[in-house]
Ligand binder design. Structure first.
Ligand code: HEC
Length: 162
């Protein structure tokens, strides 16, 4: 009696190879599209980094000053929401905003000669001087101070923020 030969299975190395099907046109297009996408993204990131690296501190000064002012105004608002309205809570941020008021003219050298701009920067500093000399003692006071500051931000933005 002879043992039957095992049937050839796909994993059998002796089995005849399935002929490879040529990739369809659609999958070739998809590959080229994806390759182009990746190369494009890499090139874009490199370009953006080059532009960012070329920006000087003068270019960044206006945005930096405004972002810091906005950070301190937001923290004052957080204090108000958290019902922490004592002078000790508010003063550090009022001091910072007052100092940033000195940065407005050098940050916008093109506008420093403009009398309306000068009125806005002076008004902003005056509001903060008042707030520092008589700091808010309760939440009603802090809210009034924040409203005053917000009015100054808005007044200048209405005139000079395109
Ligand atoms: C004296 C004028 C003036 C005052 C006061 C002022 N800003 Fe601005 N702010 C500007 C100008 C001008 C721009 C536009 C800057 C630009 O696009 O280069 C601007 C832009 C901004 C921006 C956008 C910055 C960015 O990322 O491009 C923020 C945020 C901002 N101001 C917040 C504030 C806050 C908060 C206050 C008040 C606490 C304030 N500003 C007070 C003139 C002012």
């Amino acid at each position: 009696m002879s043992t039957p030969r095992p049937q050839a299975t796909p994993s059998d190395p002796n089995a005849p190879r399935q002929p490879r099907r040529a990739p369809s046109a659609a999958s070739r297009y998809l590959f080229v599209f994806l390759l182009g996408l990746v190369v494009g993204i890499v090139a874009l990131v490199m370009l953006m980094r080059t532009f960012e690296g070329r920006r000087t501190w003068q270019d960044k000064y206006p945005t930096a000053a405004m972002q810091l002012m906005s950070a301190h105004a937001a923290q004052l608002r957080q204090k108000l929401d958290a019902n922490r309205c004592g002078a000790i809570d508010a003063l550090p941020h009022l001091e910072a905003l007052r100092l940033l008021g000195n940065d407005l003219d050098p940050a916008f050298p093109g506008l420093a000669e403009n009398t309306r701009f000068a009125q806005h920067t002076a008004g902003f500093r005056a509001t903060l001087d008042r707030a520092r000399t008589s700091p808010p003692m309760d939440c009603a006071g802090l809210k009034a101070t924040l409203d005053d500051i917000g009015k100054d931000c808005k007044a200048c933005h209405t005139d000079f923020r395109g």
